[in-house]
Design a binder for this molecule. Structure first.
Ligand code: SAM
Length: 306
């Protein structure tokens, strides 16, 4: 059973796509894709078989039905089957294509050749079972925020110029390592990448190698903020954290303790209706909000420590 996956196929009205993706992600799916089927959309989601029993899938089917009926759309049709690891990898990989994000990045699946000519910073990725392909709005908002935080600095400020402060960053909930790698390509000096899921840490480590990044620049650790705290002897310059709102609120006091006045923070994974709670929590923990960016039903806070 360890190497089998649930393949979920959901046929739905296209307007339901966003809410279904959201349900699948909160349900624990490790890879999602969609294609159009005439006037409908076919969404596929994959999750390790040990993570869900048949009863859980039944509950998911009910939630999807309720979500659709609440907005006056017809209920989606959900089918599921068990597939083995090899079939999962090949089914999912065919949907994942190179993708430009923001002004600077190109995400390139590891099994495709390196793009022949591009001015973009290429992040090579094989996320395996970890979250972070760049397809999700919350990841995109973080990469674009990193561009803003790191690209706008004068060249001498980033990288190795000793007169200026090199950027040392914590990536909390690193998943595939996509944000850590992006930050390093933009010129950050060092990133501490942590995730409480050991599979995500493995994925970050293999993506670090794929992008020829050394282990002293991208330090990948299992755990959360406390794992960064244990490694650093001075506050970090910036934090990027793409986890769900409730977790961010819980982690904020600890995150604040690894930062100092003028450190920056990028907080994503937040649904629009949760933005007030996050803004309040940031304020209570000594942060001021600089910008709030929105994409689909998600938003991302750029903040600075007072
Ligand atoms: C939405 S994914 C983000 C992955 C990647 N950073 C990105 O932006 O695409 C959130 C990640 O946070 C991890 N996570 C959840 N709660 C956490 C916690 N309290 N501390 C550390 N990592 C956590 C999950 O295992 C998951 O890999």
């Amino acid at each position: 059973m360890a190497n089998t996956w649930w393949e979920l196929k959901i046929l739905c009205e296209p307007d339901l796509e966003d809410s279904i993706f959201w349900r699948l992600e909160t349900f624990g799916c490790r890879g999602t894709a969609s294609e159009s089927k005439g006037n409908s959309s076919l969404i596929k989601g994959y999750l390790p078989s040990f993570q869900a029993q048949l009863l859980d899938l039944g509950a998911l089917s009910l939630w999807l039905r309720q979500d659709a009926l609440c907005v006056g759309l017809s209920a989606p049709i959900l089918h599921w089957q068990l597939i083995d690891e090899e079939d999962w990898a090949s089914s999912w990989k065919q949907y994942w294509q190179p993708q430009e994000i923001g002004d600077r990045f190109l995400i390139n699946p590891a099994w495709l050749p390196f793009p022949a000519s591009t001015e973009r910073l290429v992040i090579r990725l094989d996320p395996g079972v970890a979250f972070g392909t760049g397809n999700h709005a919350t990841t995109q908002l973080c990469l674009e925020s990193l561009e803003m935080r790191l690209s706008d600095l004068p060249k001498s400020f980033i990288g190795s110029d000793e007169q200026n402060e090199p950027q040392i960053i914590a990536d909390i909930g690193c998943g595939s390592g996509i944000l850590s790698i992006g930050a390093l390509l933009l010129g950050a000096k060092k990133v501490y990448a942590v995730d409480n899921d050991p599979l995500a840490v493995q994925s970050t480590i293999s993506n670090r190698a794929l992008n020829d990044i050394t282990s002293d620049r991208l330090i990948a650790l299992q755990g959360s903020v406390e794992a960064v705290q244990a490694q650093i002897d001075a506050p970090v310059n910036g934090v990027v954290c793409n986890i769900l709102a409730d977790v961010i609120i819980e982690l904020l006091p600890e995150i604040s303790s690894i930062t100092a006045s003028s450190s920056w923070g990028i907080f994503s994974g937040i649904l629009l209706e949760q933005s007030k709670a996050i803004a309040d929590a940031l304020e209570q923990n000594g942060w001021i909000v600089a910008t709030l960016w929105k994409r689909k039903e998600w938003c991302c806070f750029n903040a600075r420590r007072i």
